[in-house]
Ligand binder design. Structure first.
Ligand SMILES: Cc1cc2nc3c(=O)[nH]c(=O)nc-3n(C[C@H](O)[C@H](O)[C@H](O)COP(=O)(O)OP(=O)(O)OC[C@H]3O[C@@H](n4cnc5c(N)ncnc54)[C@H](O)[C@@H]3O)c2cc1C
Length: 562
Protein backbone atom coordinates (compact mmCIF):
# COMPACT_ATOMS: atom_id res chain seq x y z
CA UNK A 1 0.00 0.00 0.00
CA UNK A 2 2.90 2.32 0.57
CA UNK A 3 3.73 2.58 -3.11
CA UNK A 4 6.78 4.60 -4.05
CA UNK A 5 5.04 7.76 -5.10
CA UNK A 6 8.11 9.64 -6.28
CA UNK A 7 7.65 7.84 -9.54
CA UNK A 8 6.26 8.53 -12.97
CA UNK A 9 4.35 11.61 -12.10
CA UNK A 10 7.37 13.67 -11.08
CA UNK A 11 8.03 16.76 -13.16
CA UNK A 12 11.22 15.21 -14.54
CA UNK A 13 9.21 12.47 -16.20
CA UNK A 14 6.67 13.67 -18.67
CA UNK A 15 6.62 10.35 -20.53
CA UNK A 16 4.76 7.39 -19.06
CA UNK A 17 6.61 4.48 -17.51
CA UNK A 18 5.88 1.28 -19.41
CA UNK A 19 7.08 -2.27 -18.91
CA UNK A 20 10.20 -1.51 -20.93
CA UNK A 21 13.21 -3.55 -19.83
CA UNK A 22 15.12 -3.48 -17.58
CA UNK A 23 16.60 -6.82 -18.70
CA UNK A 24 15.85 -6.53 -22.41
CA UNK A 25 14.80 -2.97 -23.23
CA UNK A 26 13.26 -3.62 -26.62
CA UNK A 27 10.33 -1.39 -27.64
CA UNK A 28 7.80 -4.16 -28.36
CA UNK A 29 4.97 -1.62 -28.54
CA UNK A 30 6.72 0.39 -31.28
CA UNK A 31 7.41 -2.83 -33.16
CA UNK A 32 3.74 -3.82 -32.95
CA UNK A 33 2.45 -0.41 -33.97
CA UNK A 34 4.75 0.10 -36.95
CA UNK A 35 2.98 0.20 -40.33
CA UNK A 36 5.50 -2.29 -41.79
CA UNK A 37 4.14 -5.05 -39.58
CA UNK A 38 6.16 -7.62 -37.69
CA UNK A 39 7.83 -9.31 -40.63
CA UNK A 40 7.54 -11.32 -43.81
CA UNK A 41 7.46 -15.08 -44.30
CA UNK A 42 8.84 -16.54 -47.56
CA UNK A 43 5.99 -17.36 -49.95
CA UNK A 44 6.78 -21.08 -49.94
CA UNK A 45 5.63 -21.15 -46.30
CA UNK A 46 2.33 -19.35 -46.85
CA UNK A 47 -0.37 -21.58 -45.40
CA UNK A 48 2.23 -23.80 -43.64
CA UNK A 49 1.09 -25.14 -40.28
CA UNK A 50 2.79 -24.15 -37.03
CA UNK A 51 1.87 -25.83 -33.74
CA UNK A 52 0.96 -23.61 -30.80
CA UNK A 53 0.70 -25.55 -27.53
CA UNK A 54 -1.43 -23.67 -25.01
CA UNK A 55 -4.27 -21.20 -25.62
CA UNK A 56 -3.27 -18.68 -22.97
CA UNK A 57 -2.40 -15.12 -23.87
CA UNK A 58 1.12 -16.10 -25.03
CA UNK A 59 -0.08 -18.84 -27.36
CA UNK A 60 -3.02 -16.88 -28.73
CA UNK A 61 -0.92 -13.75 -29.35
CA UNK A 62 1.65 -15.73 -31.31
CA UNK A 63 -1.08 -17.52 -33.27
CA UNK A 64 -2.79 -14.22 -34.11
CA UNK A 65 0.39 -12.50 -35.31
CA UNK A 66 1.66 -15.52 -37.26
CA UNK A 67 -1.73 -15.86 -38.97
CA UNK A 68 -1.48 -12.23 -40.12
CA UNK A 69 1.84 -13.09 -41.78
CA UNK A 70 0.34 -15.99 -43.74
CA UNK A 71 1.13 -19.00 -41.56
CA UNK A 72 -1.53 -21.41 -40.33
CA UNK A 73 -1.33 -21.69 -36.55
CA UNK A 74 -2.78 -24.85 -35.05
CA UNK A 75 -3.59 -24.27 -31.40
CA UNK A 76 -3.72 -27.10 -28.85
CA UNK A 77 -5.35 -26.55 -25.47
CA UNK A 78 -5.75 -29.13 -22.71
CA UNK A 79 -8.12 -27.27 -20.42
CA UNK A 80 -9.76 -23.96 -21.25
CA UNK A 81 -9.23 -21.27 -23.86
CA UNK A 82 -7.60 -18.23 -22.25
CA UNK A 83 -5.52 -20.19 -19.72
CA UNK A 84 -4.81 -17.97 -16.74
CA UNK A 85 -6.99 -15.24 -18.21
CA UNK A 86 -9.97 -17.05 -16.76
CA UNK A 87 -13.17 -15.07 -16.21
CA UNK A 88 -15.59 -17.54 -14.68
CA UNK A 89 -19.22 -16.37 -15.06
CA UNK A 90 -21.53 -16.45 -12.06
CA UNK A 91 -24.56 -18.56 -12.87
CA UNK A 92 -27.78 -16.79 -13.83
CA UNK A 93 -26.32 -13.29 -13.92
CA UNK A 94 -25.37 -11.40 -17.03
CA UNK A 95 -21.77 -10.28 -17.28
CA UNK A 96 -20.86 -10.99 -13.65
CA UNK A 97 -17.55 -12.83 -13.49
CA UNK A 98 -14.96 -14.01 -11.01
CA UNK A 99 -11.46 -13.31 -12.33
CA UNK A 100 -9.75 -16.50 -11.25
CA UNK A 101 -6.38 -15.63 -12.76
CA UNK A 102 -5.20 -12.19 -13.79
CA UNK A 103 -7.53 -9.44 -12.61
CA UNK A 104 -5.68 -6.11 -12.48
CA UNK A 105 -3.70 -4.60 -15.28
CA UNK A 106 -1.29 -1.73 -14.74
CA UNK A 107 -1.52 1.01 -17.34
CA UNK A 108 2.17 0.40 -17.99
CA UNK A 109 1.22 -2.90 -19.74
CA UNK A 110 1.49 -1.37 -23.21
CA UNK A 111 1.19 -4.64 -25.14
CA UNK A 112 -1.76 -5.93 -23.17
CA UNK A 113 -3.66 -2.68 -23.78
CA UNK A 114 -2.64 -2.72 -27.46
CA UNK A 115 -4.66 -5.92 -27.87
CA UNK A 116 -7.43 -5.00 -25.43
CA UNK A 117 -8.09 -1.72 -27.24
CA UNK A 118 -8.70 -3.52 -30.54
CA UNK A 119 -11.90 -4.94 -29.13
CA UNK A 120 -13.43 -1.86 -27.55
CA UNK A 121 -13.52 -3.42 -24.10
CA UNK A 122 -14.40 -1.28 -21.12
CA UNK A 123 -11.94 -1.03 -18.24
CA UNK A 124 -12.31 0.61 -14.82
CA UNK A 125 -9.83 1.50 -12.08
CA UNK A 126 -9.17 -1.54 -9.92
CA UNK A 127 -10.42 -1.14 -6.34
CA UNK A 128 -7.00 -1.38 -4.71
CA UNK A 129 -6.33 -0.16 -1.17
CA UNK A 130 -6.54 3.61 -0.73
CA UNK A 131 -7.47 4.26 -4.34
CA UNK A 132 -10.50 6.27 -5.40
CA UNK A 133 -11.99 3.05 -6.79
CA UNK A 134 -12.15 1.51 -3.31
CA UNK A 135 -14.86 3.05 -1.12
CA UNK A 136 -12.54 2.93 1.90
CA UNK A 137 -9.76 0.71 3.18
CA UNK A 138 -9.36 -1.22 6.39
CA UNK A 139 -5.92 -2.36 7.47
CA UNK A 140 -6.30 -4.97 10.18
CA UNK A 141 -3.04 -5.94 11.86
CA UNK A 142 -2.79 -7.89 15.10
CA UNK A 143 -6.55 -7.56 15.60
CA UNK A 144 -6.47 -3.75 15.40
CA UNK A 145 -8.49 -2.63 12.38
CA UNK A 146 -7.72 0.88 11.11
CA UNK A 147 -10.25 2.59 8.87
CA UNK A 148 -8.71 4.72 6.12
CA UNK A 149 -10.39 6.93 3.56
CA UNK A 150 -7.28 8.68 2.25
CA UNK A 151 -3.49 8.28 2.43
CA UNK A 152 -3.52 11.12 5.00
CA UNK A 153 -5.16 8.71 7.44
CA UNK A 154 -2.14 6.37 7.49
CA UNK A 155 -0.92 5.81 11.06
CA UNK A 156 2.71 6.69 11.94
CA UNK A 157 3.91 3.07 11.75
CA UNK A 158 2.73 2.68 8.15
CA UNK A 159 4.13 6.09 7.19
CA UNK A 160 7.51 5.07 8.55
CA UNK A 161 7.30 1.82 6.62
CA UNK A 162 6.56 3.77 3.46
CA UNK A 163 9.51 6.09 4.04
CA UNK A 164 11.85 3.18 4.76
CA UNK A 165 10.76 1.33 1.63
CA UNK A 166 11.11 4.39 -0.60
CA UNK A 167 14.46 5.13 0.98
CA UNK A 168 15.74 1.58 0.49
CA UNK A 169 14.67 1.60 -3.15
CA UNK A 170 16.44 4.87 -3.69
CA UNK A 171 19.68 4.13 -1.84
CA UNK A 172 20.12 0.51 -2.90
CA UNK A 173 18.39 0.36 -6.30
CA UNK A 174 18.57 3.85 -7.87
CA UNK A 175 14.80 3.91 -8.10
CA UNK A 176 14.15 7.41 -9.46
CA UNK A 177 17.03 7.27 -11.92
CA UNK A 178 15.82 3.93 -13.23
CA UNK A 179 12.23 5.12 -13.61
CA UNK A 180 13.36 8.18 -15.46
CA UNK A 181 15.50 6.02 -17.75
CA UNK A 182 12.58 3.65 -18.38
CA UNK A 183 10.20 6.55 -19.11
CA UNK A 184 12.72 8.09 -21.51
CA UNK A 185 13.62 4.69 -22.96
CA UNK A 186 17.24 5.51 -22.28
CA UNK A 187 18.73 2.08 -22.95
CA UNK A 188 22.31 3.02 -21.99
CA UNK A 189 21.19 4.33 -18.61
CA UNK A 190 18.91 1.34 -17.94
CA UNK A 191 21.73 -1.05 -18.78
CA UNK A 192 24.25 0.86 -16.66
CA UNK A 193 22.03 0.66 -13.57
CA UNK A 194 20.60 -2.80 -14.05
CA UNK A 195 23.76 -4.61 -15.14
CA UNK A 196 25.48 -3.38 -12.01
CA UNK A 197 22.61 -4.52 -9.76
CA UNK A 198 22.13 -8.01 -11.24
CA UNK A 199 25.30 -9.60 -9.78
CA UNK A 200 24.80 -7.72 -6.51
CA UNK A 201 21.19 -8.77 -6.01
CA UNK A 202 20.80 -12.14 -7.75
CA UNK A 203 21.52 -13.89 -4.48
CA UNK A 204 19.36 -11.53 -2.46
CA UNK A 205 15.83 -12.37 -1.37
CA UNK A 206 13.22 -9.65 -0.96
CA UNK A 207 13.38 -10.15 2.80
CA UNK A 208 17.19 -10.05 2.79
CA UNK A 209 17.11 -6.80 0.85
CA UNK A 210 14.74 -5.18 3.35
CA UNK A 211 16.39 -6.50 6.48
CA UNK A 212 19.85 -5.45 5.32
CA UNK A 213 18.88 -1.99 4.12
CA UNK A 214 20.05 0.84 6.33
CA UNK A 215 16.52 2.27 6.23
CA UNK A 216 14.88 -0.81 7.78
CA UNK A 217 17.85 -1.48 10.05
CA UNK A 218 17.10 1.87 11.61
CA UNK A 219 13.55 0.70 12.35
CA UNK A 220 12.07 -2.26 14.25
CA UNK A 221 11.07 -5.76 13.27
CA UNK A 222 7.49 -4.56 13.51
CA UNK A 223 8.14 -2.28 10.53
CA UNK A 224 9.24 -5.17 8.34
CA UNK A 225 6.35 -7.23 9.59
CA UNK A 226 3.84 -4.47 8.81
CA UNK A 227 5.44 -4.01 5.39
CA UNK A 228 4.94 -7.72 4.75
CA UNK A 229 1.30 -7.61 5.76
CA UNK A 230 0.33 -4.36 4.12
CA UNK A 231 2.90 -4.17 1.33
CA UNK A 232 2.92 -1.59 -1.38
CA UNK A 233 0.57 -0.85 -4.23
CA UNK A 234 -1.93 -3.65 -4.00
CA UNK A 235 -1.60 -5.62 -0.84
CA UNK A 236 0.59 -7.72 1.44
CA UNK A 237 3.89 -8.93 0.10
CA UNK A 238 5.33 -11.15 2.81
CA UNK A 239 4.46 -14.16 0.69
CA UNK A 240 7.03 -12.82 -1.80
CA UNK A 241 9.71 -12.38 0.86
CA UNK A 242 11.69 -15.48 -0.27
CA UNK A 243 11.64 -14.32 -3.93
CA UNK A 244 14.55 -12.84 -5.80
CA UNK A 245 14.87 -9.11 -5.15
CA UNK A 246 15.55 -8.63 -8.85
CA UNK A 247 12.01 -9.74 -9.56
CA UNK A 248 10.54 -7.29 -7.05
CA UNK A 249 12.55 -4.44 -8.53
CA UNK A 250 11.28 -5.16 -12.03
CA UNK A 251 7.74 -4.87 -10.72
CA UNK A 252 8.20 -1.55 -8.92
CA UNK A 253 10.43 0.07 -11.55
CA UNK A 254 7.80 -0.53 -14.21
CA UNK A 255 4.83 0.61 -12.11
CA UNK A 256 3.11 -2.75 -12.10
CA UNK A 257 1.72 -1.94 -8.67
CA UNK A 258 0.19 1.37 -9.74
CA UNK A 259 -2.73 2.62 -11.83
CA UNK A 260 -4.25 -0.79 -12.31
CA UNK A 261 -7.53 -1.39 -14.12
CA UNK A 262 -9.89 -4.33 -14.45
CA UNK A 263 -11.81 -5.40 -17.52
CA UNK A 264 -15.59 -5.07 -17.23
CA UNK A 265 -17.11 -8.44 -18.18
CA UNK A 266 -13.78 -10.25 -17.80
CA UNK A 267 -10.27 -10.20 -19.19
CA UNK A 268 -10.86 -13.46 -21.04
CA UNK A 269 -12.58 -11.32 -23.66
CA UNK A 270 -9.12 -10.26 -24.87
CA UNK A 271 -7.86 -13.66 -26.10
CA UNK A 272 -11.39 -14.51 -27.22
CA UNK A 273 -11.45 -11.29 -29.23
CA UNK A 274 -8.22 -12.31 -30.92
CA UNK A 275 -9.67 -15.72 -31.70
CA UNK A 276 -12.71 -14.22 -33.46
CA UNK A 277 -11.06 -11.17 -35.02
CA UNK A 278 -10.85 -11.04 -38.81
CA UNK A 279 -7.82 -8.80 -39.38
CA UNK A 280 -7.81 -6.75 -42.60
CA UNK A 281 -5.10 -7.03 -45.26
CA UNK A 282 -3.55 -10.23 -44.04
CA UNK A 283 -0.86 -11.86 -46.13
CA UNK A 284 -2.15 -14.93 -48.00
CA UNK A 285 -5.43 -15.39 -46.10
CA UNK A 286 -8.59 -13.89 -47.62
CA UNK A 287 -10.62 -11.27 -45.77
CA UNK A 288 -12.89 -12.89 -43.22
CA UNK A 289 -10.24 -15.35 -42.03
CA UNK A 290 -9.84 -15.64 -38.26
CA UNK A 291 -8.20 -18.05 -35.86
CA UNK A 292 -11.70 -19.35 -35.30
CA UNK A 293 -12.29 -20.06 -38.98
CA UNK A 294 -8.83 -21.62 -39.45
CA UNK A 295 -9.65 -24.01 -36.61
CA UNK A 296 -13.23 -24.66 -37.74
CA UNK A 297 -14.47 -23.32 -34.43
CA UNK A 298 -12.43 -25.22 -31.85
CA UNK A 299 -8.82 -25.67 -30.80
CA UNK A 300 -7.23 -29.10 -30.79
CA UNK A 301 -7.07 -30.87 -27.45
CA UNK A 302 -4.18 -31.69 -25.05
CA UNK A 303 -0.77 -32.46 -26.50
CA UNK A 304 0.47 -35.91 -25.51
CA UNK A 305 3.89 -35.92 -27.16
CA UNK A 306 6.34 -33.75 -29.08
CA UNK A 307 9.10 -35.37 -31.15
CA UNK A 308 11.57 -34.47 -33.88
CA UNK A 309 11.07 -36.25 -37.22
CA UNK A 310 14.03 -37.28 -39.39
CA UNK A 311 12.76 -34.75 -41.91
CA UNK A 312 13.46 -32.04 -39.31
CA UNK A 313 9.78 -31.35 -38.76
CA UNK A 314 8.26 -31.45 -35.32
CA UNK A 315 5.65 -34.12 -34.69
CA UNK A 316 2.87 -33.31 -32.26
CA UNK A 317 0.47 -36.01 -31.08
CA UNK A 318 -2.66 -35.09 -29.15
CA UNK A 319 -4.46 -37.15 -26.55
CA UNK A 320 -6.73 -38.74 -29.20
CA UNK A 321 -3.58 -39.75 -31.12
CA UNK A 322 -4.20 -37.22 -33.82
CA UNK A 323 -0.72 -36.76 -35.30
CA UNK A 324 0.63 -33.83 -37.30
CA UNK A 325 4.07 -32.62 -38.43
CA UNK A 326 4.98 -28.95 -38.25
CA UNK A 327 7.67 -26.67 -39.65
CA UNK A 328 7.90 -25.04 -36.22
CA UNK A 329 6.25 -25.36 -32.83
CA UNK A 330 5.71 -23.06 -29.90
CA UNK A 331 5.34 -24.41 -26.37
CA UNK A 332 3.25 -21.79 -24.56
CA UNK A 333 2.25 -23.63 -21.38
CA UNK A 334 3.86 -23.73 -17.93
CA UNK A 335 7.30 -25.28 -18.32
CA UNK A 336 6.61 -27.91 -15.66
CA UNK A 337 3.79 -29.15 -17.88
CA UNK A 338 6.41 -30.04 -20.50
CA UNK A 339 7.75 -32.77 -18.20
CA UNK A 340 4.56 -33.73 -16.38
CA UNK A 341 1.74 -33.22 -18.86
CA UNK A 342 3.31 -34.52 -22.09
CA UNK A 343 6.18 -36.57 -23.37
CA UNK A 344 8.73 -34.27 -24.93
CA UNK A 345 11.79 -35.57 -26.80
CA UNK A 346 14.80 -34.62 -24.63
CA UNK A 347 16.90 -33.78 -27.68
CA UNK A 348 14.67 -30.80 -28.48
CA UNK A 349 16.31 -28.72 -25.73
CA UNK A 350 19.81 -28.49 -24.30
CA UNK A 351 20.33 -29.82 -20.80
CA UNK A 352 20.89 -26.25 -19.69
CA UNK A 353 17.42 -25.29 -20.88
CA UNK A 354 15.88 -28.40 -19.29
CA UNK A 355 17.57 -27.42 -16.03
CA UNK A 356 16.12 -23.91 -16.29
CA UNK A 357 12.62 -25.22 -17.09
CA UNK A 358 12.61 -27.72 -14.26
CA UNK A 359 14.06 -25.29 -11.67
CA UNK A 360 11.18 -22.89 -12.32
CA UNK A 361 9.52 -22.22 -9.03
CA UNK A 362 5.80 -21.49 -8.84
CA UNK A 363 3.85 -19.46 -6.38
CA UNK A 364 0.58 -20.92 -5.17
CA UNK A 365 -2.59 -18.88 -5.18
CA UNK A 366 -6.21 -19.28 -4.07
CA UNK A 367 -9.15 -16.97 -4.59
CA UNK A 368 -12.72 -17.11 -3.30
CA UNK A 369 -15.48 -15.01 -4.85
CA UNK A 370 -19.14 -14.47 -4.10
CA UNK A 371 -21.78 -12.48 -5.91
CA UNK A 372 -23.94 -10.22 -3.72
CA UNK A 373 -27.30 -8.57 -4.39
CA UNK A 374 -25.89 -5.02 -4.56
CA UNK A 375 -22.87 -2.95 -3.53
CA UNK A 376 -24.28 -2.78 0.01
CA UNK A 377 -20.90 -1.78 1.43
CA UNK A 378 -21.57 1.81 0.46
CA UNK A 379 -24.21 1.98 3.17
CA UNK A 380 -23.01 3.30 6.52
CA UNK A 381 -22.83 1.37 9.74
CA UNK A 382 -25.18 3.39 12.01
CA UNK A 383 -22.93 2.85 15.05
CA UNK A 384 -19.62 3.90 13.53
CA UNK A 385 -20.67 6.03 10.56
CA UNK A 386 -18.21 4.02 8.45
CA UNK A 387 -18.77 2.00 5.28
CA UNK A 388 -20.34 -1.35 6.12
CA UNK A 389 -17.45 -3.11 4.41
CA UNK A 390 -14.16 -1.81 3.01
CA UNK A 391 -11.36 -3.05 0.83
CA UNK A 392 -9.59 -5.05 3.53
CA UNK A 393 -5.97 -5.99 4.11
CA UNK A 394 -5.44 -8.25 7.08
CA UNK A 395 -2.91 -10.59 8.62
CA UNK A 396 -5.79 -13.03 9.18
CA UNK A 397 -6.82 -15.88 6.88
CA UNK A 398 -8.42 -13.81 4.09
CA UNK A 399 -5.40 -11.49 3.56
CA UNK A 400 -6.98 -9.37 0.79
CA UNK A 401 -10.71 -8.65 0.25
CA UNK A 402 -11.67 -6.65 -2.87
CA UNK A 403 -15.04 -5.10 -3.68
CA UNK A 404 -16.32 -4.78 -7.26
CA UNK A 405 -19.10 -2.25 -7.70
CA UNK A 406 -20.61 -2.55 -11.18
CA UNK A 407 -23.45 -0.08 -10.62
CA UNK A 408 -26.16 0.45 -8.02
CA UNK A 409 -28.73 -1.35 -10.14
CA UNK A 410 -26.64 -4.51 -10.54
CA UNK A 411 -25.39 -7.34 -8.40
CA UNK A 412 -21.85 -6.82 -7.16
CA UNK A 413 -18.88 -9.13 -6.69
CA UNK A 414 -16.67 -9.62 -3.65
CA UNK A 415 -13.32 -11.34 -3.81
CA UNK A 416 -13.56 -12.49 -0.20
CA UNK A 417 -10.02 -13.72 -0.15
CA UNK A 418 -6.99 -13.57 -2.45
CA UNK A 419 -4.02 -15.45 -1.06
CA UNK A 420 -0.59 -16.68 -2.10
CA UNK A 421 1.85 -19.34 -0.94
CA UNK A 422 1.24 -20.67 2.60
CA UNK A 423 -2.01 -18.75 2.87
CA UNK A 424 -3.19 -20.36 -0.36
CA UNK A 425 -2.08 -23.83 0.79
CA UNK A 426 -4.39 -23.50 3.79
CA UNK A 427 -7.29 -23.37 1.31
CA UNK A 428 -6.09 -26.15 -1.00
CA UNK A 429 -8.01 -29.10 0.47
CA UNK A 430 -11.16 -27.14 1.30
CA UNK A 431 -14.45 -27.18 -0.59
CA UNK A 432 -15.82 -23.82 -1.83
CA UNK A 433 -18.50 -23.55 0.87
CA UNK A 434 -15.94 -24.14 3.60
CA UNK A 435 -13.67 -21.48 2.11
CA UNK A 436 -16.56 -19.01 2.14
CA UNK A 437 -17.46 -19.93 5.71
CA UNK A 438 -13.89 -19.33 6.90
CA UNK A 439 -13.67 -16.04 5.03
CA UNK A 440 -16.99 -14.82 6.45
CA UNK A 441 -15.91 -15.82 9.97
CA UNK A 442 -12.71 -13.84 9.52
CA UNK A 443 -14.46 -10.76 8.18
CA UNK A 444 -17.01 -10.94 10.98
CA UNK A 445 -14.15 -10.34 13.42
CA UNK A 446 -13.25 -7.16 11.58
CA UNK A 447 -16.83 -6.02 10.83
CA UNK A 448 -18.92 -7.35 13.74
CA UNK A 449 -22.00 -5.34 12.69
CA UNK A 450 -22.04 -6.35 9.02
CA UNK A 451 -23.87 -9.41 7.77
CA UNK A 452 -22.29 -10.21 4.41
CA UNK A 453 -24.00 -13.58 4.18
CA UNK A 454 -27.50 -12.10 3.87
CA UNK A 455 -26.39 -10.37 0.65
CA UNK A 456 -24.82 -13.41 -1.07
CA UNK A 457 -26.68 -14.72 -4.10
CA UNK A 458 -25.85 -17.91 -5.91
CA UNK A 459 -22.88 -20.20 -5.51
CA UNK A 460 -19.35 -19.12 -4.66
CA UNK A 461 -16.53 -19.54 -7.16
CA UNK A 462 -13.08 -20.54 -5.95
CA UNK A 463 -9.77 -21.65 -7.40
CA UNK A 464 -6.46 -23.15 -6.27
CA UNK A 465 -4.13 -23.01 -9.23
CA UNK A 466 -1.71 -25.57 -7.80
CA UNK A 467 -4.51 -28.11 -7.78
CA UNK A 468 -4.71 -28.26 -11.57
CA UNK A 469 -2.33 -30.53 -13.55
CA UNK A 470 -2.39 -28.07 -16.45
CA UNK A 471 -0.80 -25.37 -14.29
CA UNK A 472 0.69 -26.85 -11.08
CA UNK A 473 0.92 -23.35 -9.65
CA UNK A 474 -0.23 -19.80 -10.23
CA UNK A 475 2.83 -18.19 -11.74
CA UNK A 476 6.60 -18.19 -11.56
CA UNK A 477 8.25 -16.57 -8.56
CA UNK A 478 12.00 -16.74 -9.14
CA UNK A 479 14.19 -17.46 -6.13
CA UNK A 480 17.61 -15.97 -5.40
CA UNK A 481 20.11 -17.55 -7.77
CA UNK A 482 17.57 -18.00 -10.55
CA UNK A 483 18.73 -15.18 -12.82
CA UNK A 484 20.69 -17.61 -15.01
CA UNK A 485 17.61 -19.80 -15.47
CA UNK A 486 15.53 -16.80 -16.46
CA UNK A 487 18.26 -15.83 -18.89
CA UNK A 488 18.33 -19.29 -20.51
CA UNK A 489 14.61 -19.36 -21.08
CA UNK A 490 14.14 -15.78 -22.18
CA UNK A 491 17.01 -15.94 -24.71
CA UNK A 492 15.98 -19.30 -26.13
CA UNK A 493 14.33 -17.65 -29.15
CA UNK A 494 17.82 -16.77 -30.45
CA UNK A 495 18.56 -20.12 -32.04
CA UNK A 496 21.22 -19.47 -34.68
CA UNK A 497 24.00 -21.09 -32.62
CA UNK A 498 21.97 -24.09 -31.48
CA UNK A 499 22.45 -27.58 -32.95
CA UNK A 500 19.87 -28.20 -35.67
CA UNK A 501 17.93 -30.75 -33.58
CA UNK A 502 17.13 -27.97 -31.10
CA UNK A 503 15.96 -25.45 -33.66
CA UNK A 504 12.38 -24.71 -34.68
CA UNK A 505 10.88 -25.38 -31.27
CA UNK A 506 10.19 -22.24 -29.27
CA UNK A 507 8.84 -21.39 -25.83
CA UNK A 508 6.81 -18.48 -24.54
CA UNK A 509 4.68 -17.50 -21.60
CA UNK A 510 4.71 -16.42 -18.00
CA UNK A 511 7.57 -18.82 -17.08
CA UNK A 512 9.80 -17.64 -19.89
CA UNK A 513 9.57 -13.92 -19.23
CA UNK A 514 11.21 -11.57 -16.77
CA UNK A 515 7.88 -10.39 -15.31
CA UNK A 516 6.15 -13.50 -13.96
CA UNK A 517 2.66 -12.94 -12.64
CA UNK A 518 2.07 -10.16 -15.17
CA UNK A 519 0.50 -10.91 -18.52
CA UNK A 520 2.70 -8.30 -20.19
CA UNK A 521 5.75 -10.53 -19.65
CA UNK A 522 3.98 -13.46 -21.28
CA UNK A 523 3.11 -11.31 -24.32
CA UNK A 524 6.69 -10.06 -24.64
CA UNK A 525 7.99 -13.63 -24.83
CA UNK A 526 5.27 -14.51 -27.32
CA UNK A 527 6.47 -11.73 -29.60
CA UNK A 528 10.05 -12.99 -29.23
CA UNK A 529 8.83 -16.40 -30.36
CA UNK A 530 7.04 -14.82 -33.33
CA UNK A 531 10.34 -13.24 -34.38
CA UNK A 532 12.10 -16.58 -33.81
CA UNK A 533 9.62 -18.51 -35.96
CA UNK A 534 9.79 -15.94 -38.77
CA UNK A 535 13.57 -16.08 -38.66
CA UNK A 536 13.61 -19.89 -38.53
CA UNK A 537 11.56 -20.03 -41.72
CA UNK A 538 13.91 -17.64 -43.53
CA UNK A 539 11.70 -14.59 -43.09
CA UNK A 540 12.70 -11.17 -41.83
CA UNK A 541 11.55 -7.82 -40.50
CA UNK A 542 11.86 -4.65 -42.56
CA UNK A 543 14.98 -2.52 -41.90
CA UNK A 544 12.71 0.26 -40.61
CA UNK A 545 11.04 -2.02 -38.08
CA UNK A 546 13.64 -4.39 -36.67
CA UNK A 547 12.37 -7.06 -34.28
CA UNK A 548 13.68 -8.26 -30.91
CA UNK A 549 16.12 -10.70 -32.50
CA UNK A 550 17.47 -8.08 -34.90
CA UNK A 551 18.34 -5.87 -31.95
CA UNK A 552 19.39 -8.65 -29.64
CA UNK A 553 23.13 -7.94 -29.70
CA UNK A 554 22.65 -4.30 -28.61
CA UNK A 555 19.97 -5.05 -26.00
CA UNK A 556 20.65 -8.56 -24.76
CA UNK A 557 20.35 -9.29 -21.03
CA UNK A 558 23.51 -9.48 -18.98
CA UNK A 559 25.01 -12.99 -19.02
CA UNK A 560 26.37 -14.10 -15.65
CA UNK A 561 29.31 -16.55 -15.70
CA UNK A 562 28.39 -20.25 -15.44
C1 LIG B 1 -3.97 -16.06 -9.51
C2 LIG B 1 -3.32 -15.25 -10.61
C3 LIG B 1 -3.34 -13.89 -10.55
C4 LIG B 1 -2.74 -13.13 -11.56
N1 LIG B 1 -2.86 -11.78 -11.53
C5 LIG B 1 -2.42 -11.05 -12.57
C6 LIG B 1 -2.75 -9.69 -12.66
O1 LIG B 1 -3.47 -9.17 -11.80
N2 LIG B 1 -2.26 -8.97 -13.71
C7 LIG B 1 -1.52 -9.55 -14.69
O2 LIG B 1 -1.10 -8.86 -15.64
N3 LIG B 1 -1.23 -10.88 -14.66
C8 LIG B 1 -1.67 -11.64 -13.62
N4 LIG B 1 -1.44 -12.98 -13.60
C9 LIG B 1 -0.54 -13.56 -14.59
C10 LIG B 1 -1.21 -13.83 -15.93
O3 LIG B 1 -2.42 -14.47 -15.73
C11 LIG B 1 -0.27 -14.72 -16.74
O4 LIG B 1 0.98 -14.07 -16.89
C12 LIG B 1 -0.77 -15.02 -18.14
O5 LIG B 1 -2.14 -15.24 -18.18
C13 LIG B 1 0.00 -16.25 -18.62
O6 LIG B 1 -0.34 -16.55 -19.94
P1 LIG B 1 0.41 -17.76 -20.66
O7 LIG B 1 -0.11 -17.79 -22.03
O8 LIG B 1 1.86 -17.63 -20.44
O9 LIG B 1 0.00 -19.07 -19.85
P2 LIG B 1 -1.42 -19.75 -19.59
O10 LIG B 1 -2.47 -18.75 -19.54
O11 LIG B 1 -1.22 -20.64 -18.41
O12 LIG B 1 -1.65 -20.65 -20.88
C14 LIG B 1 -1.03 -21.90 -21.04
C15 LIG B 1 -2.07 -22.90 -21.47
O13 LIG B 1 -1.41 -24.14 -21.77
C16 LIG B 1 -2.35 -25.16 -21.49
N5 LIG B 1 -1.68 -26.47 -21.46
C17 LIG B 1 -1.03 -27.05 -20.43
N6 LIG B 1 -0.63 -28.28 -20.78
C18 LIG B 1 -1.03 -28.48 -22.07
C19 LIG B 1 -0.95 -29.57 -22.99
N7 LIG B 1 -0.38 -30.73 -22.67
N8 LIG B 1 -1.50 -29.43 -24.22
C20 LIG B 1 -2.11 -28.27 -24.58
N9 LIG B 1 -2.23 -27.22 -23.73
C21 LIG B 1 -1.69 -27.32 -22.50
C22 LIG B 1 -2.97 -24.73 -20.19
O14 LIG B 1 -4.21 -25.38 -19.97
C23 LIG B 1 -3.10 -23.22 -20.40
O15 LIG B 1 -4.40 -22.87 -20.85
C24 LIG B 1 -2.07 -13.77 -12.62
C25 LIG B 1 -2.05 -15.17 -12.68
C26 LIG B 1 -2.68 -15.91 -11.68
C27 LIG B 1 -2.70 -17.41 -11.80
Amino acid sequence: MSAPKASTKSAANSKPVTIFGPDFPFAYDDWLNHPDGLGTIPEEYHGAEVAIIGAGMAGVTAAYELMKMGLKPVIYESRRFGGRLHSEPFKNADGMVAELGAMRFPESSALFYHYLNKFGLETKPFPNPLTDAAPSTVVDLKAKPIYLTSPDDLPPLLREVEEAWNGALESSAHFSAMQEAIANRDVAKIKAIWNELIPLLDDRSFYGFLANSKEFKAKTFEHIEAFGQVGFGTGGWDTDFPNSMLEILRVVYTNCEEDQRFVVGGVEQVPRGMWRDEPKDMVYWPDGTSLDSLHSGATRTAVKSIKRRNSGQIRVVDKWNDTADYVAALIACQTWAVTTNMECDERLFSQKVWMAMDRTRYMQSAKTFVMVDRPFWKEKDPDTGRDKLSMTLTDRLTRGTYLFDLGDDKPAVICLSYTWMGDAMKMLPLEPDKRVELALDTLKKIYPNTNIEEHIVGDPITVSWEDDPNFLGAFKGALPGHYRYNYEMFCHFMQQDMPSEQQGIFMAGDDVGWMPGWVEGAIQTSLNAVWGIVNHLGGHCTPDNPGPGDQFEQLKPLKLPD
